[in-house]
Structure formats: structure tokens, C-alpha cells
Design a protein around this ligand. Structure first.
Ligand code: ATP
Ligand code: MG
Length: 253
């Protein structure tokens, strides 16, 4: 199995507080790795380290065998590592077309000054329509992002990350704040999209255990900054104590 993304004995402290300690994990080609754990376990910190947004206090983060410390999101996207960044919240007034186009353009290394000419650029237009169609947003191209339904906003967010044409995609709770029916729609859509655009691996932070059970190929459980378990779903969900720790319940409650 080709190794895509890896941490080796990574620790991260914020001042004197240790948010992650000795975390070693890996994502291989074809995997959807879910990162789970109670609030404050270190999931977002791990994602920030995996995308080079944070540098580890000690240890290494490797993408395709390269140490990515200090790369920054733009360099990483160029190398094929993308993350949903909730662009809609950054650019609420852009239309769906413009939001996806911004990602397509950044991937093609064209400059923002060309944005006015985008409408005439058939290649970009075709790619935007293709991405929109995959994510069920084809009829929403002229809609202002801020006026979309919550589920559609999530799809647009994920679509923007896919428009970067990444090899590996990282998603921090892509389904938070939407209905159960929409959660499955979003997950199915993004898995179909991943197959179509040949994303090699997905890292997903997710609290909803139904989704984790349904879609993960492997589950990494964090608790108080340490890896508690790293298991396929079958083994993970047969361990009751583990599940209780992960969902933050105390025994007897
Ligand atoms: N910038 C920061 N400065 C200080 N402490 C931080 C900072 N960011 C996170 N922490 C602390 O580090 C720990 C891990 O935080 P993190 O956000 O990674 O957890 P999480 O697993 O993503 O939680 P949640 O499920 O609530 O999203 C928490 O105790 C948090 O308070
Ligand atoms: Mg978090």
C-alpha cells in the first residue's frame, strides 16, 4: 500500500499545555481514515499539523515522503494536499460558480487579476461545471453562497477542496450542523467525487459514529492527545469501552 501521509512521533504543545503526545499515524492509498475522540482530544490540532498549518513541537509530518513543516496551505495544495477551508464563510458574497472557480483558478496557478476574464475562459468554465455537477450544485451556479441551504454550503465547501484536484483531502466535520439525511448525502457525494477525480486518500474528523462506521476504512481514536486505537471499523466497533471513551461518556451514565 502506497504511503501518502504520515506523522512520526509527533507532539504539539501550546505553551505548557500538551495537546498531542507521541502521535504516529499514516494514511495509505485507498483509505478513508476517520479521526475520532472526545472534545479537546486533539483532532483539529492533528489536522492542522497534517496540513502544515501548525508545526509540530517535536516529531515529523511527511506527505509523499517529504517533511511538510512550514510549507503553508498554498504550497501544499500545489503538491496535492487539500483541505476544506469553509471558503463560503470567507467569501459569502461570491456565487457558487465564483467560489468553485476561485479554487480551480488557484490550482491552475492563474492570478486573481484574471478573475474578470474567467467567464470567457472555457476551460475553467467546463471544470467548474464538472465539479458542480459531481456535488449536485449544477443548478445553483448563479446562487450567492451565503443563501444556500446548510447542506449545500457544506457541499460547496467540500467541492472547493476537490476543485484543487488533490491527491489527499482532509475534512474537519464536513457534515456538522446538517440533518441526518443530509449527512449521508454529503458523505456519499464526497466519496463518489473522490472516486471520480481519483483522490487517493481522505482524512475525516467526525463526531457522528454512524457516519464513521459507514464510511471509514480505518479509525484513529485520540484521547487526551494520544492515539488510543488505530483499527478497522469492525474491530473498533466491537470494543464497547473504546466507543464510550471516544464519544465522551463515563461508565455508569
Ligand atoms: N491555540 C491554542 N492555544 C492553546 N490551547 C489550544 C489551542 N488550540 C487548541 N488548544 C487546546 O488543545 C486541546 C486540543 O484541541 P483540539 O482543537 O485539537 O481538539 P479537538 O479534538 O479538535 O476538539 P473538538 O472535538 O472540540 O473540535 C484542547 O484542550 C484545546 O483547548
Ligand atoms: Mg476540533
Amino acid at each position: 500500500m502506497t504511503l501518502l501521509l504520515e506523522t512520526r512521533d509527533v507532539s504539539k504543545s501550546y505553551g505548557t499545555f500538551s495537546a498531542l503526545e507521541g502521535v504516529s499515524m499514516a494514511v495509505h492509498q485507498g483509505e478513508l481514515v476517520s479521526v475520532v475522540g472526545p472534545n479537546g482530544a486533539g483532532k483539529t490540532t492533528l489536522l492542522n499539523l497534517l496540513t502544515g498549518l501548525l508545526e509540530p513541537t517535536s516529531g515529523e509530518v511527511l506527505f509523499m515522503g517529504k517533511n511538510i513543516a512550514g510549507f503553508g496551505p498554498v504550497t501544499l495544495a500545489d503538491q496535492g494536499l487539500a483541505r476544506a477551508f469553509q471558503l463560503i464563510q470567507i467569501f459569502p458574497r461570491l456565487t457558487v460558480w465564483e467560489t468553485i472557480a476561485a479554487a480551480v483558478v488557484s490550482r491552475q496557478k492563474k492570478r486573481w487579476v484574471l478573475f474578470a476574464r474567467l467567464a470567457a475562459d472555457r476551460e475553467i468554465g467546463a471544470r467548474v461545471r464538472e465539479v458542480a455537477e459531481i456535488f449536485g450544485l449544477a443548478r445553483r451556479l448563479d446562487t450567492i453562497a451565503a443563501t444556500l441551504s446548510q447542506g449545500e454550503k457544506k457541499l460547496l465547501d467540500v467541492a472547493s477542496a476537490f476543485a484543487l484536484d488533490p491527491q489527499v483531502i482532509l475534512l474537519d466535520e464536513p457534515t456538522s450542523g446538517v440533518s441526518t439525511a443530509d449527512k449521508h448525502l454529503i458523505m456519499k457525494t464526497l466519496i463518489t467525487a473522490a472516486e471520480r477525480v481519483r483522490v487517493k486518500g481522505i482524512v475525516l474528523v467526525e463526531h457522528d459514529m454512524d457516519l464513521v462506521a459507514a464510511y471509514s476504512t480505518r479509525i484513529i481514536a485520540l484521547s487526551e492527545g494520544r492515539v488510543l486505537a488505530d483499527l478497522p471499523p469492525g474491530e473498533f466497533f466491537s470494543d464497547r469501552d473504546l466507543i464510550e471513551t471516544v464519544i465522551g461518556k463515563r461508565r455508569g451514565h
